[in-house]
Design a protein around this ligand. Structure first.
Ligand SMILES: [Ca+2]
Length: 465
């Protein structure tokens, strides 16, 4: 998610279980082998930590000076409240086995980072967003063909380099090598992307003033647990949403899915590619990966049908889609093995780009990061690494979409009785489906896209009511 551009919903990892579950998992992991791995992890990182200490001491004074320079008296009250809030975490931290020294070091000098997306700030009625708040970028920009091509070439080379690890990972976890590599490529450009944030600060900020406080509070506590288990703070760099390591794990995912694949006794998502890849595969496996299946197929919508069939509520067997006239643009038939698999129609740019029949594994990829564009990116990158190429249907230029218009259309749909639950300014499957249904019902051109024209039609209709 690090290289992600925040243009679409980032309701990442919403299905993570409660803290009690993690405590049970941690106890469950106290097998002799896991215990040995933990001790080795702690020792390994402690040695590494020595070299960070000097640097940290010098850096600390500079950071203090910067903080005083940045924050005027206006922030003083918030910061006192933030400190009190941090202190109040202690009983839960203690219950997780975090020591007082680790806890104190973790929160020492910590300030909220108000520049992060998804925060609820005083005087604003919508959460902060990444980048330019008033726009979401268009799908073809996210699914940039030359970037995908570059990653695919690197991915092919890495598939050869890590062949024996990937052989073992496929066998153990049932996830094909191309999908595992594609996750790695999407998340951190195969480990080359430098994560910009301190995970503790990000998680504390999100837990304190974010849109999903409870969710991040659990992750913050587990990040402190990682410190307690010997992983140095300097390694805990994250995205704006607190995901760490080469395949972008949340702390809870570290404790539930991380694997010591190279058997060196250390679970290392930062520096061990085999560990990071096996952990990603394990996470996909745990989220329901269907062995031997791909993520989906590009499909063309026949003239007698339209994009308003989009989304999981319209799921049907591939065989039924074929009966409706849906085809692959390559002209090749769907493999016989998937004919009875359930699939749903997914058109990330409405009528202005390729459509897909998404199989179960598309949803599994969305459980890794809840975004249609993310899952489409990973799916296409996997196909490319396996020898495939670009989408066959071109993206038409539709330009960035104004959040104000998307929210307006969502509100209009809701007011007119369409099934819109959230007015969030993001164009997801359901928004596209409902726009298509509205256009169909009102005799408008069906493009399943929340345009200004749709908004104008809604305003006029509302005036007449
Ligand atoms: Ca390892």
């Amino acid at each position: 998610m690090a290289g992600d551009n925040g243009m679409i919903t980032h309701d990442r990892k919403l299905n993570v279980q409660g803290l009690g579950w993690h405590l049970r998992q941690l106890r469950h992991h106290r097998s002799p082998r896991m215990a040995a791995a933990r001790t080795a992890t702690a020792q390994y990182y402690r040695t590494m930590q020595q070299s960070f200490v000097g640097l940290a001491r010098h850096g600390f004074a500079a950071v203090l000076i910067m903080l005083f320079a940045m924050h005027g008296p206006a922030d003083a009250r918030t910061d006192a409240a933030f400190r009190a809030w941090l202190e109040a975490l202690w009983p839960d931290a203690q219950a997780l086995g975090i020591g007082r020294r680790t806890f104190d070091a973790a929160i020492s000098g910590l300030e909220p980072d108000r520049s992060l997306p998804d925060l609820i700030l005083p005087g604003r009625d919508t959460p902060t967003m990444k980048g330019q708040a008033e726009f979401t970028r268009e799908p073809r920009e996210y699914l940039n063909a030359s970037y995908l091509d570059k990653l695919a070439r690197q991915g092919k080379a890495l598939a050869a380099r890590y062949k024996s690890d990937l052989d073992a990972i496929e066998k153990t976890h049932g996830v094909d090598r191309y999908s595992v590599l594609a996750i790695w490529g999407r998340e951190t450009a195969f480990g080359t992307y430098k994560l910009p944030h301190d995970a503790i600060r990000v998680l504390a900020t999100q837990a304190y003033m974010g849109r999903r406080k409870d969710f991040f509070r659990k992750e913050l506590l587990l990040a402190m647990k990682m410190l307690e288990d010997g992983i140095p703070r300097a390694k805990l760099k994250s995205s704006w949403a607190g995901a760490i390591g080469q395949t972008q794990f949340l702390p809870s995912e570290f404790y539930s899915h991380a694997r010591d694949h190279d058997r060196d006794g250390i679970i290392n998502l930062f520096d061990s590619v085999p560990d990071a890849l096996a952990s990603a595969a394990r996470q996909l496996e745990a989220k329901g990966w269907v062995r031997g299946r791909t993520w989906g197929y590009e499909a063309t919508i026949p003239a007698a049908s339209d994009c308003s069939l989009e989304g999981p509520p319209g799921s049907r067997k591939i065989r039924e889609w074929v009966a409706l006239g849906y085809k692959r643009p390559s002209g090749r038939p769907f493999p016989e093995a998937v004919m009875d698999d359930a699939a749903y129609l997914m058109s990330p740019a409405g009528a202005y780009g390729p459509s897909f029949l998404a199989l179960e594994n598309f949803q599994v990829i969305r459980r890794y990061n809840t975004s249609d564009l993310y899952a489409t990116f990973v799916g296409n990158l996997a196909d490319r690494i396996a020898g495939g190429g670009d989408f066959l249907t071109p993206w038409q230029p539709i330009g960035p979409q104004r959040t104000r218009i998307i929210r307006g259309v969502q509100k209009g749909l809701q007011d007119a009785g369409y099934g819109i639950e959230k007015i969030d300014g993001f164009i997801g499957s359901n928004t596209r489906r409902q726009v298509g249904a509205y256009q169909k019902a009102n005799g408008l051109k069906i493009d399943c896209w929340p345009t200004e024209a749709v908004l104008r039609h809604m305003s006029k209709a509302a005036e007449r009511r």
